[in-house]
Design a protein around this ligand. Structure first.
Ligand code: HEM
Length: 537
């Protein structure tokens, strides 16, 4: 059963029974009245009409009628497991976050998810995969809500509804489910060319992983860590799978989509049940917290850019092991609520405009998806740290708060002091801000849309390049609008002329004229250019 809700003081109340299901030996109504029968409605005589006064009939059907909740607007289909995170104790000079201190073991819950498909879609479609981990630390929840691809489609959260509208099934026929196999997707990414880098990763074998156990994970955004001396650094989070990163072939992905649409969730659950526990090492790339928030010419606030590991190696911080399957999909996998703003002291956000928008979106959507403001009290979401907030009432309130003065300061008793030690509290690090507010301009460094896509392409082996060219050819082959196809070919020409020519031939379209070097092709990082072909990421 569920753990007891906490009261205002963080203690559990002895007189409030746990929300338990399946207690006792007899079948009861929702309120505990024993039932003699659950198969026959109460009728007027053996063949007469059904009586409205049959409470059990109404309760049973009413509850059933409300069993479904809205699926997530993205990442609707998921598979999840419980586990533990063991800290290596190597982060002391970077952050005061307690769960990264030596010897700490923290319970975690991780949910993997394709982005676009609905709850009933197939696992092996070509798509980005979510990789979200909830750390139940002693200082509250830390949610690392990342993906298996280290860059994102867009640079500003204001475009997120647009990219999702473009990637979801067409509104008229609600087909197809697979991402990228339709006109609106290619229309969007060829017009919003910052998406080209992410799209290239999707068209690579990274878009069809073999298994959730064999996926890398990336926090994508740059975060700010602060150590005990108040010194900050900028970091990007990485998960490295112990089994290595592996992918399906396109033929395997298609066959599995028909034969076993649950392939990835089955694989995860079977492996854990069999004791083949999946593991990932968490690490960070570390960059100095300079005023320009750039590293080697790469803008750290641009989520469509990565920093190659040759320029900033990943420093290991700890090991995650998933060791327990969920026992109830709805209660755990479906009701879990992640939020990129759930951060412990010592980990902070940066001004990445994509991250900033996410900080609003997750709570907002969960208010609808999980029915009101108290979903943090659901068992899967409850922090494992004492809670002492001044939030009160609302739909689904589980706690019975004490006292009459939920405000601070108050002179009527109750409440408790703020954390005295800055190490124990959320710490606001002063950072410079712009001198003017009303601007809707993109930073110049954000205008480079192609150089990293090109480096990714050049870092691939010839087999991997063949797969990428085949994926573009297949997916663009499903795009019916010739103008959209041609515009995407122009984007490919800016990335690599050879790739463009191969795809153009497969589509039976002419190779676009070599374009003037586009204004958006700034390639601002000499360090990246030097990496050339030797650029495994
Ligand atoms: C859900 C990752 C950008 C809005 C998710 C989930 C992941 C994820 C992993 C599924 C969480 C789960 O398993 O429950 C990312 C990453 C992003 C990104 C890595 C960029 C780096 C955005 C942006 C927005 C957004 C820009 C909105 C402005 C949402 C919403 C959900 C979601 C509304 C559903 C949450 C829920 O219903 O609980 N995202 N996302 N995401 N994301 Fe994002």
């Amino acid at each position: 059963g569920a753990r007891r809700p906490r009261s205002a003081t963080g203690a559990t109340r002895a007189d409030a029974p746990d929300v338990e299901a399946q207690q006792g030996k007899t079948l009861t109504t929702a309120l505990g009245t024993p039932l003699p029968d659950t198969d026959r409605s109460l009728t007027a005589g053996p063949r007469g009409p059904v009586l409205l006064q049959d409470h059990h009939l109404r309760e049973k059907i009413t509850h059933f009628d409300h069993e479904r909740i809205p699926e997530r607007v993205v990442h609707a289909r998921g598979a999840a497991a419980h586990g533990r995170f063991e800290s290596y104790g190597t982060a002391g000079e970077l952050t005061v976050a307690d769960f990264l201190a030596p010897g700490r073991v923290t319970p975690v819950f991780t949910r993997f998810s394709p982005v676009v498909g609905s709850r009933g879609s197939s696992d092996t479609v070509r798509d980005t995969r979510g990789f979200a981990t909830k750390f139940h630390t002693s200082e509250g929840v830390f949610d690392l809500v990342g993906n298996n691809i280290p860059v994102f489609f867009i640079q500003d959260a204001i475009k997120f509804p647009d990219v999702v509208h473009a990637a979801k099934p067409h509104p008229d026929r609600e087909i197809p489910q697979a991402q990228s196999a339709h006109d609106t997707f290619w229309d969007f990414v060829s017009l919003h060319t910052e998406a080209q880098h992410h799209t290239m990763w999707q068209m690579s074998d990274r878009g069809i992983p073999s298994s959730y156990r064999m996926m890398e994970g990336f926090g994508i955004h740059t975060f700010r860590l602060t150590n005990g001396e108040g010194v900050s650094s900028l970091v990007k989070f990485h998960w490295k799978p112990a089994l290595g990163a592996h992918s399906l072939t396109w033929e395997e992905a298609q066959l599995l989509g028909g034969v076993d649409p649950d392939f990835h969730r089955r694989d995860l659950a079977d492996a854990i049940e069999a004791g083949a526990l999946p593991q990932w090492e968490l690490g960070v790339q570390v960059f100095p917290d300079t005023d320009d928030q750039s590293f080697e010419g790469i803008d750290l606030l641009d989520p469509t850019k990565l920093v190659p590991e040759e320029l900033a190696p990943v420093r290991p911080l700890g090991l995650m092991t998933l060791d327990r399957n969920v026992s109830n999909f709805f209660a755990e996998t479906e009701q879990v609520a992640f939020h990129p703003g759930h951060l412990p002291p010592g980990i902070d956000v940066t001004d990445d405009p994509l991250l900033q928008g996410r900080l609003f979106s997750y709570l907002d959507t969960q208010l609808t998806r999980l029915g009101g403001p108290n979903f943090d009290q659901l068992p899967i979401n409850r922090p494992h740290a004492p809670v002492n907030d001044m939030l009160r009432d609302g739909y689904g309130q589980q706690a019975t708060h004490e006292g009459i003065a939920p405000y601070k300061p108050n002179s009527l008793g109750g409440g408790c002091p703020f954390a005295a030690d800055p190490g124990e509290a959320v710490r606001d690090i002063p950072v410079p801000i712009a001198s003017s507010v009303r601007e809707r301009r993109t930073p110049r460094s954000f205008e480079d849309h192609f150089s990293q896509a090109r480096l990714f392409w050049l870092s691939m082996t010839s087999v991997e390049q063949d797969h990428i060219a085949a994926a573009y050819s297949f997916e663009l082959g499903k795009c019916t609008d010739v103008g959209v196809r041609e515009r995407q070919l122009e984007c490919l020409a800016r990335i690599d002329e050879g790739l463009c020519a191969t795809v153009a031939e497969a589509l039976g379209l002419p190779v676009p004229d070599p374009a003037e070097p586009p204004a958006t092709d700034l390639d601002p990082s000499p360090a990246l250019s030097q990496l050339g072909r030797r650029w495994p990421v």
